[in-house]
Design a protein around this ligand. Structure first.
Ligand SMILES: [Zn+2]
Length: 254
């Protein structure tokens, strides 16, 4: 084995994410022919679109929005904790009635903080039935009281309204686990190893509080008046690869 080849092999063995994938396809976020590129194997969070920088799970969510609510541009949309990514930007720019909220515990809830409405997803200040569509992108693995969060999402939806969201399903067919509880001072008490995800409004990141399994569907059903469908998304044409699930909950009419 030549030195160069040997060196490359050694590097590959010590850098597990030495990875390269480039595919051509159609991006449903920027609505154009594009290329999707990833240099790591965590494809759910990568495969960036050349044009709009959308990632795999954003395109999966966009396809489900277009499928279930093609009239979304004219609807009342609430997006909780948008990440500033391509999909949030599209919703903000193209929907005439888009409300984005973030969680600023040191400010008054219901007030505007910059461009965001300050909301606690578990105790929202919106009136009943305010929205036709609620969007959350990888938010519900960070709430301490998911039952209240789902109840509040349901309460603030109009009858027939939908919650379309992504969340990592770490546990797949195993039972959901509570990963962290809220300490008296508001900081997380991890029941297993500490885990944080990036947060655009907090440099410390967001603690992971839940490791969801597919039983999240039953969890929502038990907590709310919503029926939830899980879509295991894979679409080579749209550059949707990796572990991506999209959930569509519909508020039943009473
Ligand atoms: Zn794109």
């Amino acid at each position: 084995m030549g030195l160069r080849k040997k060196y490359k092999k050694m590097i590959r063995s010590i850098i597990p994410d030495d990875y390269y994938l480039l595919v051509k396809g159609f991006c449903p976020v920027c609505n154009s022919e594009s290329r999707f590129f990833s240099n790591n194997s965590w494809l759910r969070e990568s495969l960036h679109c050349d044009n709009c920088r959308s990632i795999s799970r954003e395109r999966a969510l966009m396809l489900e929005i277009e499928k279930h609510v093609p009239q979304w541009r004219g609807l009342r949309i609430h997006e909780s904790s948008p990440n500033g990514g391509a999909l949030s930007t599209k919703l903000k720019n193209e929907c005439c009635n888009y409300t984005a909220s973030q969680y600023y515990p040191s400010h008054v809830f219901g007030d505007m903080v910059g461009e965001f409405r300050n909301e606690d997803l578990e105790r929202q200040s919106f009136a009943d039935g305010t929205f036709d569509l609620v969007i959350t992108q990888d938010v519900l693995e960070h709430v301490y009281d998911p039952q209240s969060a789902f109840k509040e999402i349901c309460r603030t939806l109009a009858d027939g309204g939908m919650h379309i969201f992504t969340v990592p399903i770490e546990n797949k067919h195993a039972e959901t686990q509570v990963w962290a509880e809220k300490g008296d001072d508001g900081s997380p008490i991890f029941l297993f190893y500490p885990e944080y995800h990036g947060n655009p409004i907090d440099e410390n990141g967001s603690p992971v509080t839940m490791h969801w399994g597919y039983d999240i569907v039953n969890f929502i059903q038990a907590a709310t008046n919503m029926d939830t469908t899980v879509i295991t998304a894979r679409n080579a044409r749209c550059g949707i690869e990796g572990d991506v699930e999209v959930f569509v909950s519909i508020k039943k009419e009473v």
